[in-house]
Structures are given as C-alpha cells and as structure tokens.
Ligand binder design. Structure first.
Ligand SMILES: C[C@](O)(CO)[C@H](O)COP(=O)(O)OP(=O)(O)OC[C@H]1O[C@@H](n2ccc(N)nc2=O)[C@H](O)[C@@H]1O
Ligand SMILES: Nc1ncnc2c1ncn2[C@@H]1O[C@H](COP(=O)(O)OP(=O)(O)OP(=O)(O)O)[C@@H](O)[C@H]1O
Length: 274
C-alpha cells in the first residue's frame, strides 16, 4: 500500500504526425509519429487504501470504473494498492491517449518501473516518459524531439468515441513512407508547420470513412484560420495550429458557440521535460 497521497497530471497526447509504415504478421502496425504532450489532461489522485477507483469530472459518465479500467490495470501491473480518483477531463476513445495517459500517471505516482508497460497499450511507453518524442516501432522506440517552439492549439472532438482497432482495419495502404531521418530542426513555429505540411496522419482517411463528422471538424478548424488542421491518433479529435495564443482562444470560443455538441478547447504544449 502507498504511504502518502500523490496527485499526478495525465497530459493529453497529441500525434502531430502519424505515418503507418508497415504491418507485422501479428496484425500490429509499424508507426512513425511526432508525439507531443499538452497542458490539458486528466488528473489522478492516489491515497493510501485498498485498490479502488472512483471517476469524476466532465467525461466520467462515459467510462467504466471496473477492473478493466487502465488505472486499475496499471496499479495491478505495478503490484501496488491505492485508492485512486480519476478526474476525467479528456473525452474517452478520442485519439489523445486518455486511457494511456491515466495509466502512465498512476505508474508514475507509484514510482513503478517501466517494465511490461507496453502490455497496457502501444501508447504507454511514450505517455510514461511524458516527453515530446519521435515514436517508432509499435510505440516502443522513442527518440526525444529537437527543441519545440511553443504551439497554440485548438482541439475539437465531435462528441463520439472511435475504436482504434476499427480505424486500423479500415486503412487501405499499410506501407507508407516514414518521416525523414534525421528530423530537421524547427527554430520557430513557421518551420515546424512547414515540416508538418509535408507529413500526414495515415489514419485520417479511414477514420473519416467511419465517422464523416471528422471532416467537418477539420473544415471548421480551417475555416477558423488554423495554419494546419489534422486528426490526432486514431481520432476522432482534430487539432488546429494557430498563429498565437489569443487567436487560438478566440477560435476555440467561436467553434464552441457554433458547435454546441463538440468538445472544444484551446491548449499549449506541456512544459518540456529535461
Ligand atoms: C494510434 C495511436 O494512438 C498512435 O499514438 C496508438 O498507436 C494507439 O495506442 P493505444 O490506444 O495504446 O493502442 P492499443 O490499445 O495498444 O491497441 C489498440 C489496437 O490498435 C491497433 N494497433 C495499435 C498500435 C499499433 N502500433 N498497431 C496497431 O495495429 C491494434 O488493432 C490494437 O488492438
Ligand atoms: N482510464 C481510462 N480512460 C479512458 N479510456 C479508458 C480508460 N480505461 C480504459 N479505457 C478504455 O480504453 C479505450 C480507449 O480509450 P482512450 O481514451 O485511451 O483512447 P484514445 O484516446 O483513442 O487513445 P489513443 O490515442 O491511444 O488511441 C476506451 O474504449 C475505454 O473504454
């Protein structure tokens, strides 16, 4: 059992790019992705007590607190007991890694080692490290990114979850080109955005085929003057990059008014980890 209470932020994960470069015999896909962490996220609090989970917050209703919840699976993997409270602020099954972020936060709060964490999900290693990374392999090969300029983001989710396996199954071409190696430096946001325009999220087209509203989200971000709009992960959350924090905040406010059923928020990057 843990000795003292711990509170841990579980930042949203964003795939600025997601290239699917192959598929293994076991059906898992090889990825090449720029992954960054945001200043929006869930919060987990652990207090001494037998293993338990309570969920509150705006997206609590969409999530089961049973034994399959990734917070409980993470604690069991670590072999530790704690009373866990999850403040669910991120939409569930939305391509921004909520479950993986929560599991990683529980493991950090328990000072658990990284051993075996990928059994909880392909996004676990990057979320556990919590560092802006180039992520390859199935998600286990991580290289820190060159210094990132500050980004001014708006996240938009159409309000329905999307299953990751079904998006991978709907992918038409599985052998797509990787990102350049090595990656260039990005001295400012313009350089990064120029680079991102030459990259892709290969899961965007299959996700749109399954949930056409994703295309509406992307069009709305572009209509709000985003310099780049793209889907994250296996969707359905999309992000727009804006010129500055004020423009991002104003675009988020306008989009929220125009689309009351959507989850809309402005965000910056989480502070870089050393
Ligand atoms: C798409 C990403 O969000 C990109 O960051 C992640 O790779 C998905 O990570 P995750 O949600 O932790 O995914 P997991 O729970 O491990 O896998 C869900 C399902 O996605 C597919 N999957 C996932 C990762 C991967 N490299 N290849 C895959 O084919 C598999 O069908 C798998 O059963
Ligand atoms: N703590 C948790 N938070 C969110 N989802 C969880 C959690 N525990 C288990 N799950 C299950 O995991 C599934 C994926 O949820 P999650 O929010 O991690 O997806 P995602 O944002 O699409 O992730 P990714 O970007 O890694 O594909 C959901 O269907 C949900 O039922």
């Amino acid at each position: 059992m843990i000795q003292a209470a711990r509170r841990e932020f579980a930042p949203a994960k964003l795939n600025l790019t997601l290239h699917v470069t192959g598929r293994r015999a076991d059906g898992y896909h090889l990825l090449d992705s720029l992954v960054v962490f945001l200043d929006v996220g869930d919060v987990v609090t652990l207090t001494p007590g037998p293993l338990s989970l309570g969920i509150r917050g705006p997206f609590a209703a969409g999530l089961d607190a049973g034994p399959d919840n990734l917070c409980l699976r993470a604690a069991r993997l670590a072999g530790r007991e704690a009373a866990i409270t999850l403040e669910k602020r991120l939409p569930v099954a939305s391509g921004i890694g909520g479950g993986s972020a929560d599991a990683a936060a529980v493991l950090r709060a328990l000072d658990a080692p990284a051993t075996g964490i990928q059994t909880l999900g392909a996004d676990l290693p990057v979320c556990f490290a919590g560092r802006h990374s180039r992520m390859r392999g199935l998600g286990e090969i991580l290289d820190p990114l060159p210094a990132m300029p500050q980004l001014h983001l708006v996240l938009v989710n159409p309000g329905h979850g999307l299953s990751t396996p079904s998006v991978f199954r709907a992918l038409a071409h599985r052998d797509n080109p990787a990102m350049p190696d090595p990656l260039p430096e990005w001295p400012d946001m313009a350089a990064l955005i120029g680079f991102l325009h030459d990259c892709r999220n290969d899961l965007e087209a299959p996700a749109i085929a399954l949930m056409p509203e994703i295309a509406t989200c992307l069009a709305a971000l572009r209509g709000a003057d985003a310099q780049l709009a793209r889907m994250s992960g296996s969707g359905a959350t999309c992000f727009g990059l804006f010129a500055d924090a004020d423009q991002a905040r104003m675009a988020a406010a306008d989009l929220a008014v125009a689309h009351p059923g959507w989850w809309v928020t402005s965000s910056g990057l989480a502070p870089a980890k050393g």
